[in-house]
Write a protein that binds this ligand. Structure first.
Ligand code: ADP
Ligand code: MG
Ligand code: ZN
Length: 483
């Protein structure tokens, strides 16, 4: 049996985070009552003039800069003509032969892969997936189909939409997963979109073909339309690749077609075959002037370039003395990384803060975009441990209370009566008490059984109700026994 290789290219639509729509001043807001954010422009009434949204153009350019694209010095908008009920003008304003951004790449990172393959030796951590282009267009209205009728919500019509097209550089469902995860991370870092696939803010068309390993030419591709979750993309690709291999092995020719993913049944099904290429009769929109990005737009986008995930990770390792792993997990979500920087600012041991945040706090299922606790609590807690005021075990209790009650660690230490006894005079007294009450252990120690000090230490801890600083107790006992 021949060995096959998958060839995958993704077309990703991203809703841009802007106050208003792409060519009119209607509010761009998800979740409003249907058909409340509409006007003559986005309803396609005759005699109106579109005005491009500067913010959407800047955010598309910024995306291009973040993904290493060439930014077009000049480009234009074109009309893509077709009829569909969700598009009342009968054309969509898009970009045809002059996209705002050309080429570029998305670099995968290990944590962007599904968890179950992150340790697989076959997983290529820093693979680059090249981009073909990024262009700016307007979204269409949203149709919903019921049993006997359909409805259309024009709130989405005319909202700014960015299309990011990859080269067919992706070779496995896991790489497709990592590509979408890494892309989403960057879109969120740049503040260009919330990129929530469940809300339709990021939607993906998956193109996939197979070829015998070693063959250069691509096979016939199948397109799976409108996927709305990253894990569904992975599942759909596994199914589709297996289906295509089965067809080829049994001598069935693969025909170019569009398919849909049925999440309930975990399979793709055919929507239509592609008899010929669509002819959209693109032509430059006569209502819109060409864009000159060199006049201010590019400079504005450049001024907004954020620190990107890879740079953030490197800085967390260097400036906060974190492990590569801690830094990677923190940098994978900008909100989490920013919170950590505040949380660790005043901490003597920054890695301890990272541990509280990553091991303890995230396990409580907290939403990293809306962390309710003041970030300073974390450095306060870490410093209490670092200064020997509370033990690491007590810190766990304080942490739990801090999460449940929202009180500061200092307040909780008082309320719970937890503070460690570090007062030397008091500790000396307790040690003398323990020595006097345990002549046996003392004799053992003097006879060379140095372990006997632990029994005494246990006694002191008991006498102090667990509040003595164990390190200090050990030191004092040794001093007294050796005297
Ligand atoms: P179309 O005109 O059908 O949309 P494009 O050539 O514009 O096709 O490519 C769309 C997407 O499909 C791109 O991401 C591209 O990388 C990918 N693609 C093209 N050919 C193949 C193929 N044979 N197998 C897998 N993906 C492909
Ligand atoms: Mg396509
Ligand atoms: Zn409008």
């Amino acid at each position: 049996m021949a060995e096959y290789e998958a060839v995958i290219g993704l077309e990703v639509h991203v809703q841009l985070k802007t106050n208003t729509k792409m060519f009119c001043s209607c509010v761009n807001h998800f979740g409003a009552a249907p058909n409340t954010h509409v006007c003559p422009v986005c309803l396609g009434l005759p005699g109106v003039l579109p005005t491009p949204n500067k913010e959407a153009v800047i955010k598309t350019i910024l995306t291009g800069i973040m993904l290493d694209c060439d930014i077009a010095p000049r480009c234009k908008f074109d009309r893509k003509n077709y009829f569909y009920p969700d598009m009342p003008k009968n054309y969509q304003i898009s970009q045809y032969d002059q996209p705002l951004c050309d080429r570029g790449a998305v670099t995968l990172n290990l944590l962007a892969y599904p968890k179950d393959v992150q340790n697989d030796p076959k997983t290529v951590a820093d693979k680059k997936i090249r981009l073909v282009r990024i262009h700016l267009e307007e979204d269409v209205a949203k149709s919903t189909h019921f049993e006997t009728s359909s409805s259309i919500d024009f709130n989405r019509a005319g909202t700014p939409l960015m299309e990011i097209v990859s080269e067919a550089d992706i070779r496995s469902p896991e790489e497709a997963f990592a590509y979408l995860t890494a892309l989403k991370q960057i879109l969120i870092y740049g503040g260009v979109s919330d990129a929530d696939m469940e809300k339709g803010q990021m939607r993906c068309d998956v193109n996939v073909s197979i070829r015998p390993k070693g063959q250069q030419e691509f096979g016939t591709k199948v397109e799976i339309k409108n996927m709305n979750s990253i894990s569904a993309v992975r599942k759909a690709l596994h199914f589709e690749i297996a289906r295509q291999i089965e067809d080829v092995e049994s001598g069935t020719t693969i025909i170019q077609q569009t398919r849909r993913w049925d999440d309930g049944r975990s399979e793709t099904f055919m929507m239509r075959t592609k008899e010929k290429a669509h002819d959209y009769r693109y032509f430059p929109d006569p209502d819109l002037l060409p864009l000159n990005t060199e006049e201010g737009l590019l400079a504005e986008a450049k001024s907004r370039l954020p620190e990107l995930p890879a740079a953030k990770k490197a800085r967390l390792v260097k400036d906060f003395a974190l492990s590569e792993y801690q830094a990677s997990v923190l940098a994978s979500e900008v909100a989490l990384a920013n919170y950590f920087e505040k949380a660790a600012a005043a901490a003597k041991n920054k890695s301890a803060v990272a541990n509280f945040l990553l091991n303890d706090y995230l396990a409580t299922g907290v939403d990293v975009n809306a962390i309710p606790l003041p970030a300073e609590y974390f450095s306060e807690l870490a410093n209490l441990v670092e200064d020997g005021k509370i033990s690491t075990k007590q810190a766990k209790d304080v942490f739990a209370k801090m999460v449940s009650d929202g009180k500061s660690p200092a307040v909780l230490v008082k309320e719970l009566g937890l503070s460690q006894i570090t007062d030397t005079a008091e500790l000396e007294k307790l040690c003398e008490q323990a020595i006097a009450a345990n002549p046996r252990s003392v004799a053992d120690f003097k006879a060379g059984k140095t372990n006997a000090v632990n029994a005494l230490k246990g006694q002191v801890m008991k006498l102090s109700k667990g509040k003595a600083n164990p390190q200090a107790v050990g030191d004092i006992l040794l001093k007294k026994l050796q005297a």
